[in-house]
Every structure is written in structure tokens, then in C-alpha cells.
Design a protein around this ligand. Structure first.
Ligand code: C2O
Ligand code: CU
Ligand code: CU
Length: 472
């Protein structure tokens, strides 16, 4: 009874979200110059995340994950965001190379959207690929309560696959009452691995098996929208080919060691030829946290075979119009990440460090010795300026005992080397995951002017100082 009620409520909400999205852009009626308009409402609602009753959440378009936005490469869009939360918000279009004023960082690129107000975002996505959107205000709580959605920019000519699937993976901390545990901003966690939860959902629900057919080719878009949980996915019995990272095509290659690392905010597009036996089930597991592995979902093969409709070669996506950095003449910069619990303890600073820690706004981490906390506010001074149109090579050194998915707004960068070895397969990214003690080199052309955030996407780390601003 309860579940059928919640199901129908959910489908109503979905229908409502679709109406809101579709009604504003009547097909065929728009004049060629008319900009497509999309409306998104951020508001409290509830969702059957756990399969054990409704959970109070904050959501875009009344659903978890938020309404899936599908844009066209090179086509301008206007997105009206209405804030029906009881606090300020903004929306950041993660990975989209857009004008600085549309980047959604409160205090830095726009005023916050007050409760009851709207903000109009206008941009033209230059790149096709798998992106996402999320708030950049009170991020720990707003993202942790569910405000996140996928933003897919379709290629003019999508590669032929039998099915194009999206898995929005999210991690929640559910308490005994079945609700989201409200203790956001625990400083102990902020100095360690961040708020890792106890419930992982796939497209807003505790994962059920994924029905597949032997012989089909699937494009699987993965997005880790977690606050802090890093994943290492293993797909038993399959050889997925990575065709894009963070929306940017790479040379198709199989997953090294069979374990796909996916930190918060990271996306990977896979091509999977479903070569399992009809009728069998294959596990998909997450093995990142040692001793805490779990089965995320499974591929459940039906007894029928699919007729192959596509070629057998790994398919290559067309490159996006990114400027290739000129490495020989690139200007070099260094970013050193420091802090976290172990270093506080090891430096004998534990007692001292702990004393001032109450609530957010305390710094536990630093970049080049300085700490910006929160998610954006007025008066953030850029750490350094990058000469416009120049090629820049940045070395990021993780001198901490923790992992950090480091994200740069406004650009996609080449990931050149990791610990001195070159990174193969022509990889571009907007978020690069650093293991403890890792050093990576990234490079890009500073062709997008403005003040751009660079921060760790473990949200607790960002809030507690692992954030800075670069000016182009
Ligand atoms: Cu998803 Cu400031 O980023
Ligand atoms: Cu971003
Ligand atoms: Cu971090």
C-alpha cells in the first residue's frame, strides 16, 4: 500500500517535472533565434531513496536525482532557477566551460539566489559529454540533502549504441529514523575522509539489478554525485572501455586493473559489450574502502539474445573544441595541498588545532599555505593570476594522508603526468583524483577570463580550507 502510494506520487512528480521542462520549448514553434528555456525549481520534497519509506530531501524538479537536463552542443540555453528552499542557493554547472558570470559561485560570480527568488543562467555548452549541476552555497547540506542532477550535452551525431544509460551514484547518511542525518559539518570528518554515508543509491534508489541482454552494446555514463565517497567499481565478467572522462573524450582504453576509480564529482563514459551468458547475473562491486566493499548492483541477463546493431571496434567520440596547451612554452605553477588530521597529530598540533574547531568556517586544510573556507563569498583573493590565452602547467602536490578529487571551474585540463609517469590515452578532465602523496601535472590554455574556483570535491574538505581562486 505504502509503496504503491509513493510510486504514484513519484511518477506524478516526474510528470510534473517533464511538463515544466517541455512546456516552455514547444517543438517546431520556436523561431530559429529563440533560445531554449528550461525552468528548474529547487525545493524540499521527499523520495523513497532507501526503499523503506519516504525520506525528506531537497531536490531539483521534485526528484532524486534532479531533473536530467539534455542540452545540445553549441545550442544556447536559458535556465531559470527558482529557489524554493528556506536558504540562499546558486547552481554551478560542473564541467561546462561557460562565461564566468554563469558559474554559480556566490560572492565571486553572482549574488546568492535568495529564498523565493530566481536567477537566469544563460550559456552555450561548447562541449558534448556527461556533466552535472549542483548548488555552490551551503554545499555540504544542500548537496547532502539531494540537490544534484545530470547535465548531458548530446553530440550532434551520437555514437551508435543499443542503449545509452546513466547511473547517478549518490551516498547518503541515513539515521535510525530513516531520515538524512542532519549533522553536517563535523570537523573531525572534515579533517579525515569527509562525510561518507551508509547508503548508496543509483538513480535515486537502492540499486536493483540492471536488466541486460547478451550481445547489446551499452554506453554507460557514470556520475559520482557523493559528498565524500570515493568509489572503485569492478564489473565482474565484463571489459568496459573508457571513452570519456569528465565529459571529454579520450583514446578508448580498458580499465586498468579492472577497478574504475571514481571520486566525488567525477564522470566516466563506458562502452560495454554485454558478453555474459544469458540467464546469468554478474556483480558490480565497489571496493574502494578496504574491508568495506559492497555489491552496488548486478547485471541480470535475460534469456534472449540481442541482435548486434553496431560495429565491434571500440568507438571513438569526436573531440570537443579544446585548445591544446603548448607544453614547451607553458608557464609553470605549483599547488601544494596540506593539512588534515594525521598532519595535525604528527605536528603536535592536534590539541591546538582542535581547540578552535566549532562548526564550519574553520580551516583544517590549506593550498600553498592559505585556506579559503565555505563555498564562495565576497572578497576572495585569487591565489595567483594566469596570463590570458597562455598555456599553463600546474603541478598539484598532495602532501596529506588523504585522497582529494581536485576540481577546477571553467576549464577542462589535460592530465599529463602522475608521480612522474605520463598519463596515457589523451586524458582531459575537470576533476583529478590524488591519492595521498600523489603529484599530478595538469595543463590547459587560459582562454576563459574570470575568477575561477579550484577546490577539493570532497565537500567537507572544500568547506574546511581546501579551496582557492585562480584569476585569468
Ligand atoms: Cu562541482 Cu565548485 O564544483
Ligand atoms: Cu565545477
Ligand atoms: Cu579533499
Amino acid at each position: 500500500m505504502h509503496s504503491s502510494l509513493s510510486m504514484s506520487r513519484r511518477s506524478l512528480l516526474r510528470a510534473g517535472a517533464c511538463l515544466a521542462l517541455c512546456a516552455l520549448s514547444p517543438p517546431g514553434r520556436a523561431s530559429p533565434s529563440a533560445v531554449r528555456e528550461i525552468r528548474i525549481v529547487a525545493a524540499p520534497t521527499s523520495a523513497p531513496l532507501t526503499g523503506k519509506g519516504e525520506v525528506d530531501v531537497w531536490a531539483y524538479g521534485g526528484q532524486i536525482p534532479g531533473s536530467e537536463l539534455r542540452l545540445r552542443q553549441g545550442e544556447p540555453v536559458r535556465i531559470v532557477v527558482e529557489n524554493r528552499l528556506e536558504q540562499d542557493t546558486t547552481v554551478h554547472w560542473h564541467g561546462i566551460r561557460l562565461p564566468n558570470a554563469m558559474d554559480g559561485v556566490p560572492g565571486l560570480t553572482q549574488p546568492p539566489i535568495r529564498p523565493g527568488e530566481s536567477f537566469v543562467y544563460e550559456f552555450t555548452p561548447p562541449d558534448a559529454g556527461t556533466f552535472w549541476y549542483h548548488p555552490h552555497a551551503n554545499s555540504l547540506e544542500q548537496l547532502g540533502r539531494g540537490l544534484a542532477g545530470a547535465l548531458i550535452v548530446d553530440e550532434a551525431e551520437p555514437i551508435p549504441v543499443d542503449r545509452d544509460l546513466l547511473w547517478v551514484l549518490a551516498d547518503w547518511r541515513i539515521d535510525e529514523s530513516g531520515q538524512i542525518w542532519p549533522g553536517f559539518g563535523n570537523m573531525m570528518e572534515a579533517g579525515m575522509s569527509g562525510r561518507v554515508g551508509n547508503t548508496v543509491t543509483l538513480n535515486g534508489a537502492v540499486p536493483a539489478d540492471q536488466p541486460v541482454r547478451a550481445g547489446e552494446r551499452i554506453r554507460l555514463r557514470l556520475l559520482n554525485s557523493s559528498l565524500a565517497r570515493i568509489m572503485a567499481l569492478r564489473l565482474e565478467g565484463h571489459d568496459p572501455v573508457i571513452i570519456a572522462r569528465d565529459g571529454q573524450p579520450c583514446d578508448p582504453h580498458v580499465i586498468e586493473g579492472g577497478r574504475l576509480l571514481l571520486g566525488p564529482a567525477m564522470r566516466v563514459d563506458l562502452l560495454i559489450d554485454m558478453q555474459g551468458e544469458p540467464g546469468r547475473r554478474y556483480q558490480v562491486t565497489d571496493e574502494f574502502y578496504e574491508g568495506l566493499g559492497y555489491e552496488l548492483t548486478g547485471f541480470a541477463y535475460s534469456n534472449e539474445l540481442a541482435l548486434r546493431t553496431t560495429a565491434l571496434d571500440p568507438l571513438r567520440l569526436l573531440p570537443n573544441p579544446l585548445s591544446e596547451p603548448d607544453l614547451a612554452n607553458a608557464l609553470r605553477h605549483e599547488l601544494t595541498l596540506e593539512g588534515g588530521m594525521m598532519s595535525l597529530m604528527m605536528g603536535g598540533g592536534m590539541m591546538h588545532g582542535m581547540r578552535g574547531m566549532s562548526g564550519m568556517g574553520q580551516a583544517v586544510w590549506s593550498i600553498n599555505g592559505t585556506s579559503m573556507t565555505g563555498d564562495g563569498h565576497a572578497g576572495m583573493k585569487p591565489l595567483f593570476a594566469l596570463e590570458r590565452e597562455g598555456s599553463h602547467l600546474i603541478t598539484i602536490r598532495n602532501q596529506t594522508r588523504w585522497w582529494h578529487p581536485m576540481h577546477l571551474h571553467g576549464f577542462s585540463f589535460r592530465v599529463l603526468t602522475r608521480n612522474g609517469s605520463s598519463v596515457p590515452h589523451n586524458q582531459w578532465a575537470d576533476t583529478v583524483l590524488l591519492a595521498p602523496e600523489d603529484a599530478v601535472e595538469i595543463a590547459f590554455v587560459a582562454d576563459n577570463p574570470g575568477d575561477w574556483m579550484l577546490h577539493c570535491h570532497v565537500t567537507d574538505h572544500q568547506m574546511a580550507g581546501l579551496m582557492t581562486v585562480l584569476r585569468v
